[in-house]
Design a protein around this ligand. Structure first.
Ligand code: NAP
Length: 261
């Protein structure tokens, strides 16, 4: 018997990295999953693999998210688990950051989560229950220089998670995950161009390694399942202990700019 037997789930940013791993793990645990991604082709590849549904959706577009989540729920027969996971990052000092970059990063990482919660809640309330999980980051708990937009958005996801848990309990549980340094397309540039930095991060991480998408996916499955029936409004840090000692991009801005402000 799977942890998510008979559950129907939506995963945003499900075409890659943590979202893809979660769509796969949810399916292994018995769920039917709809994969939403900006990249419709990657969403389709994952959906084909897990016998799920694929939607090309930009999470910045509230109507598009609502329409895809509604369509998926109609086709799958309901909605029990929503994983608001799509995200992007940028790096630069506050006064040098392009305004467009600030708005894009906040739009995807925070407004995308807001749109996902708003799309899922009416369906879950009508269905009598559900679990919402959103992706924050240790950048939202332990910010480093250069990640203002990303940190602000990820910190806000933690607050929004608490708001939603209060508003929609006991019918809907709402939690977040805060990954640390996870090996995905998002962190590939750091791994490739800052090898020494990666070695340093591994060195200060109590678990002694970089995380894999499946490390986060398993926690999302737990939070989406009845095993977490008394857990709501929480942000679970999934970082091998890294946040005890630092943040993923600590020092990267200095390395990039070659100087301190
Ligand atoms: P990833 O492999 O790049 O996956 C992110 C996915 O989100 C991609 O498929 C991407 O599509 C999609 N996406 C981006 N913008 C979108 C939009 N506007 N609408 C819909 N989908 C969009 O990176 P990841 O590491 O798995 O990231 C997943 C989440 O984990 C993000 O929220 C990220 O901030 C968070 N996180 C990651 C780490 C880490 O170390 N990797 C640490 C902490 C938090 P495209 O490929 O087409 O852009």
């Amino acid at each position: 018997m799977g942890l998510l037997d008979g559950k129907l789930a939506v995963v945003t940013g499900g075409g890659s990295g943590i979202g893809r791993a979660t769509a796969r793990r949810m399916t292994e645990e018995g769920a039917r999953v709809a994969v939403l991604d900006l990249d419709g082709d990657s969403a389709q590849v994952v959906a084909d693999e897990i016998d799920g549904l694929a939607y090309e959706v930009d999470v910045r577009d509230a109507e598009a998210v609502k329409s895809a989540v509604g369509d998926a729920a109609a086709k799958l027969g309901g909605l029990h688990a929503m994983f608001n996971n799509a995200g992007i990052s940028t790096i630069g000092r506050i006064h040098e950051l392009k305004l467009d970059d600030w708005h894009r990063v906040v739009d995807v990482n925070l407004h995308g989560v807001f749109h996902g919660i708003r799309a899922a809640v009416p369906i879950m309330l009508a269905g009598g229950g559900g679990s919402i999980v959103s992706t924050s980051s240790i950048s939202g708990t332990n910010p480093a220089a250069g990640e203002s937009a990303y940190s602000a958005a990820k910190y806000a996801v933690i607050a929004l998670t608490k708001n939603a848990a209060i508003e929609y309990g006991p019918t809907i549980r709402v939690n977040a995950v805060a990954p640390g340094y996870i090996h995905t397309a998002m962190t590939n540039p750091i791994v490739e161009h800052f090898g020494a930095h990666s070695d340093h991060i591994v060195g200060i991480t109590p678990a002694g390694r970089i995380g894999e998408p499946e490390d986060v996916a398993d926690v999302v499955v737990f939070l989406s399942s009845d095993l977490a029936r008394f857990v709501t409004g929480q942000t679970l840090i999934v970082d091998g202990g890294l946040a005890l000692r630092g943040s993923v991009v600590d020092g990267v801005l200095d390395t990039l700019t070659g100087e301190r402000a």
